[in-house]
Design a protein around this ligand. Structure first.
Ligand SMILES: CC(C)(COP(=O)(O)OP(=O)(O)OC[C@H]1O[C@@H](n2cnc3c(N)ncnc32)[C@H](O)[C@@H]1OP(=O)(O)O)[C@@H](O)C(=O)NCCC(=O)NCCS
Length: 263
């Protein structure tokens, strides 16, 4: 049932490819066993550490997604990729000689795993299930910038929670692109999300970053999920985003992902 070798893909310097997997759709035992064989012993041990079967499944599908997707751009076999982590836990490819430059970022939530791939820029992706428990708007009071809190509370209460996730995913994608996790103070940067204007960021001078270095997207792939992407641009390059749904080792499936806003 596995596809024979899937066609090799090309990634241009001005392109960002975003890959989606819906883990609940993948239940075939033979396929899952093929995914297991792609993992290193360390990854297999890590998978066993998850208490709940659904998290083990998500972990397995995530490993299959990143390994098989990277291999679509090169001659390297899915099981041969090796990864290191920076001091904040961000995974990167360990490059060996002759390997083309590729960078990625992963995010997972209940029902959806995503992976953004670029040739070399810093990229951060975040997906959240907006039905999730425990994420309430008052998190904004503690962690968002004063301007974001003001803008959020100006929104009608009925719609506030869904907009809260716009800010949440964008902020998370930015800190993931910077690779420094929550060591970056969340209140020191502000996303400006308004109906008639492109997405925009501004920074507290303490953060030492420049708004015009960044490109952002906010997507709504399903009724339950919001996705945000932050990409640090090369000078003057405007990146093109392509979104694909895939079943690892099987191939792409038709999918349309609405873009809610972009910069
Ligand atoms: C770890 C963190 C980078 C992302 O956590 P998260 O949102 O819970 O998880 P996501 O599913 O989006 O991302 C996890 C993936 O990001 C990658 N990642 C881990 N550390 C990273 C880092 N420092 N930078 C970029 N990517 C990182 C990994 O691939 C990881 O998946 P893996 O462990 O399966 O390989 C960090 O931002 C965090 O702890 N966030 C907590 C959530 C929060 O409070 N956010 C504030 C809301 S504004």
């Amino acid at each position: 049932m596995l596809s024979p070798k899937l066609p090799t893909l090309k990634l241009n310097p001005d392109e960002l490819h975003l890959w989606f997997v819906f883990p609940n759709e993948i239940q075939d035992v033979e396929l899952l066993s093929a995914y297991e064989k792609l993992m290193t012993p360390e990854e297999q041990a890590q998978r066993q550490r998850f208490h709940f079967a659904k998290h083990q499944h998500q972990y397995l599908v995530t490993r299959a997604l990143i390994r098989t997707t990277l291999s679509r751009y090169t001659e390297i076999e899915p099981g041969h990729w090796r990864f290191s982590k920076n001091a904040y836990g961000r995974p990167e490819i360990i490059a060996s000689e002759g390997m083309p430059s590729l960078r990625f970022n992963l995010s997972h939530t209940d029902g959806l795993v995503i992976c953004g791939i670029v040739l070399k820029q810093d990229v951060g992706v975040d997906v959240e299930n907006i039905e999730r428990h425990g994420a309430t708007v008052d998190i904004a009071d503690r962690f968002f910038s004063p301007q974001e809190v003001k803008d959020l509370y100006a929104i009608d209460e009925k719609e506030r929670r869904t907009h809260f996730f716009d800010y949440w995913t964008l902020k998370e994608s930015y800190i993931k692109a910077r690779g420094m996790g929550l060591s970056l103070p969340l209140e020191q940067f502000t996303f400006h999300i308004s109906e008639n204007e492109p997405l925009r960021i501004s920074f507290d001078p303490k953060l030492q970053d420049e708004p015009n270095k960044w490109q952002f997207w906010l997507l709504k792939p399903t009724q339950h999920h919001k996705v945000a992407i932050s990409l640090c641009q090369e000078m003057k390059i405007k990146y093109q985003l392509t979104v694909n749904k895939v079943i690892p080792l099987i191939g792409e499936q038709p999918f349309f992902c609405p873009i809610l806003k972009q910069s």
